[in-house]
Design a protein around this ligand. Structure first.
Ligand code: FMN
Length: 188
């Protein structure tokens, strides 16, 4: 199985990236491949069909890479910080660069991190988007808080909370099980 984790934070070394790294480790332990596409490291243009605005080649290439990885993925994970009670605009823009072709009947896991009051609301909002893209948002989701992480010397974080580590493992088991069983293959 191949997976793709899209990280929608505006910050490099975000908590959402740290959570994604933890999930990646769990997925790889189970001998599956997964790629993290962190939008703070590989930004995209705002979706723009005018053809009249400046184009940064690197951003265009990033969008092509994202699409290719999403095409190849058997499952996806969307990771977002809580921005104004919802998922980030950066993540929404990335999803706007994709279509149902990349999501149709694929399992999609949802994770987010809040710095204020912990909230799963961004994930409820993302569920609607995944439905519109014809993906299958799996029931287990993860909503962490900054305080669930500890900082490393290089400025990055790692997921330190035991309960969330356990939840992350359950989350990975569930999404892999959906991807492996793939009962909807004939509906693609
Ligand atoms: C534009 C913006 C809006 C935010 N809105 C909220 C919010 O509504 N609730 C909240 O708990 N934190 C909010 N935050 C704080 C972020 O959730 C917090 O910085 C968190 O650590 C981001 O996670 P990250 O490190 O994965 O980017 C906001 C931050 C930004 C930049």
């Amino acid at each position: 199985m191949k997976g793709l984790i899209i990280v929608g934070s505006a910050k490099r070394n975000s908590h959402t990236n740290a959570l994604s790294q933890y999930l990646k480790g769990q997925i790889e332990e189970k001998d599956h491949e997964v790629h993290i596409f962190d939008l703070a490291e590989r930004p995209l243009h705002m979706l723009d069909f005018t053809g009249q605005n400046p184009v940064v080649d690197e951003y265009t290439k990033n969008a092509e890479t994202l699409k290719q990885l999403a095409d190849e993925a058997d499952f996806m994970i969307l990771g977002t910080p809580n921005y104004h009670g919802s998922y980030s605009g950066i993540l929404k823009n990335a999803l706007d660069h994709l279509t149902m072709d990349q999501f149709k009947m694929k399992p999609v896991g949802l994770v987010n991190n809040s710095g204020g009051i912990v909230s799963a609301e961004p994930l409820s909002h993302l569920r609607l988007i995944v439905r519109s893209l014809l993906g299958i948002a799996v029931p287990t989701q993860i909503a962490t808080h900054d305080s669930d992480y500890e900082a490393l010397e290089d400025g990055s974080y790692y997921l330190a909370n035991d309960e969330f580590q356990l939840r992350a493992r359950l989350f990975v088991d569930q999404i892999l099980s959906f991807a492996e069983s793939s009962p909807y293959e004939h509906l693609k």
